[in-house]
Design a protein. Structure first.
Length: 268
């Protein structure tokens, strides 16, 4: 809305009356970088089996202007799922970044996790996760790289410990819901945009294309894969299920990937 208003003011700039009206129009909020391009300042790792803050074997590194999920220090993955959390919780915003899936995965990476990563949001804090907890209670904007000759659309929706409402008005029943996105060759930089609106609607875009819309996220004490984790978060929130804010995290699932140009625009 703010973007359309600003564009309309620019188009009407030749009119004195319009200039007066536009003088009172709110400016579009600025974009703020979340990554300085050189260090992991402001980010906290949490890797399964290790406490929050321990970047075990340098899983996450700042390199060549990007955050790289690196397994240079690993021999085997051994299900050490990890996440790198930004220090600030957010509620309503646009998040933009670029990612590219690299090669190769670790030899014992689970088959489903090959070429797989994600951007988690509305997540619990890293400090609140259990020592061996593999995934934060969160919503995941899933990233899928190409694998084999067939299609593998990127931009799916996954919900460990959370349930959302789909555009047809029904609650999402599955842990992951495939997207309408493209299949993108590994090694290609991809534009990812997440829009979390103040009214609870959420939009996922890949290279400018909408690949998912949904709304009304809520903690799910009956999630078949993350019920125990969700119940701990619910208890810490005094039983409140609705969730409108949380942390943003980049995922490590056994396959190398890079993220760059990470920036956020607040919407309220």
């Amino acid at each position: 809305m703010l973007r359309r208003l600003a564009a309309g003011c620019a188009a009407l700039a030749l009119s004195a009356g319009s200039l007066a009206a536009c003088a009172h129009a709110p400016a579009e909020p600025e974009w703020t970088p979340l990554f300085d391009g050189r260090t992991l300042d402001g980010w906290t790792p949490k890797i399964a089996g290790h406490p929050a803050g321990e970047n075990w074997r340098e899983t996450f590194v700042a390199q060549d202007g990007a955050i790289r999920v690196s397994y240079a220090g690993y021999d085997r993955f051994q299900n050490r799922f990890g996440h790198l959390f930004h220090r600030t919780p957010f509620s309503a915003y646009r998040l933009r970044l670029q990612y590219r899936v690299l090669e190769p995965p670790l030899p014992d990476t689970p088959a489903w996790a090959i070429g797989n990563s994600g951007v988690m949001f509305h997540a619990q804090s890293p400090e609140s996760m259990g020592l061996d907890q593999a995934f934060p209670v969160s919503i995941e904007f899933q990233i899928l790289g190409a694998r084999g000759p067939g299609p593998r659309p990127t931009g799916a929706l996954c919900t460990p410990g959370i349930v959302v409402t789909m555009p047809d008005g029904k609650r999402q029943p599955a842990h992951c819901t495939p997207s309408s996105g493209p299949t993108i060759p590994n090694g290609t930089w991809v534009d990812l945009e997440l829009e979390v609106l103040p009214d609870g609607h959420i939009i996922q875009r890949i290279d400018g294309q909408v690949v998912h819309r949904y709304s009304a996220p809520a903690l799910d004490p009956d999630d078949p894969l993350a019920a125990a984790d969700a119940r701990r978060v619910i208890a810490a929130r005094g039983g409140k299920l609705e969730i409108a804010s949380g942390y943003i995290a980049l995922q490590s699932e056994g396959h190398p990937i890079e993220f760059r140009d990470i920036r956020i625009q607040p919407l309220r």
